[in-house]
Design a protein around this ligand. Sequence first.
Ligand SMILES: *Cc1c(COP(=O)(O)O)cnc(C)c1O
Length: 366
Amino acid sequence: MSVIYNFSAGPAVLPKEVLQQAADEMLDWHGSGMSVMEMSHRGPEFMSILAQAQADLRELLQIPDNYKTLFLQGGGLGENAIIPMNLVGRKAQPATIDFIHTGSWSGKSIKEAKKYGTVNVAASSESTGFDGVPDPSTWNLSADPAYVHLCTNETIDGVEYHFVPEIADRTNGAPLVADMSSHILSRQIDVSRYGVIFGGAQKNIGPAGLTLVIVREDLLGHALPICPSAFDWKNVSDNDSMYNTPPTYSIYIAGLVFQWLKRQGGVAAMERANIAKAQLLYDYLDSTDFYVTKVAPQFRSRMNVPFYLRDESQNAAFLSAAKERGLLQLKGHKSVGGMRASIYNAMPIEGVQALVEFMRDFANAS
Ligand SMILES: *Cc1c(COP(=O)(O)O)cnc(C)c1O
């Protein structure tokens, strides 16, 4: 089979080495005589897999001791309800939640949170087509919100925060809650600047089914009475992510990805590689008017690169020619159209080179 590069936004490409190791261990994990899928989550084999994955994640992101890492189910959208159910109880009801609206995913979070609190959209880039992040000095923040929600990488719109907003003194120290579903582990972050970091695994970590929550300890223990016990973070934390059955196989694959990341040199090395990959693609996009990008340069995502053909009648021809070259899943999200190349950690630079070469050839032939 010729080389294939998969640009899916998620579920997305995984490192080949990880898939090969999972295949090798599929029927018999480490001489246990069992597949990981067949193990009790409370047995010593799986407990060791979970402990190793937790330790490796903490090391990769340098997570401070006063933060818990929770392995849950429910996905990013599930968290849109689970977060307010866990955090609005810190304030008198009805509490206010501040949001920064920078694209589709923060939009969905806003919609869901309205069921649990009074939503204040402190800033929005909707009127300019989600082309970036409004300057924090213009954010119309509440004086004492339960928390401030950001989506630090908008997977559909291709907008990424390359800064952490400094707004604590304007919000009575409200915790920042960041949806990092599609760029966690792609760059170095200072976890201590956030109250909660969350994300579904299926973009940049592992298979669908696992949802990661990193939460500062003082934010535990405030769940509303209506919060399902299995999603009360304190309950999950007190039970080491084993209050109910966690997504065991997804945790196992995520653990293999964490080990792969450590072999690559960790998150700092990944970040350097991701900068180089993104630059290669954006430099080409900036050099031609055959393709169009809409996001302002200082907010461009390193992970998800949406672009349009100036002549959109060629979209179908573009996608089928790309597929013939082994370049898969380049179609943009249906809500915005066009194309999107997702170039997560597991996408090698050779894949981006192949994409740019193809895009140049397609433009020249048209
Ligand atoms: C994919 C995605 C989600 C939704 O995740 P699900 O696991 O499908 O619920 C939420 N936020 C962001 C930023 C995403 O990329």
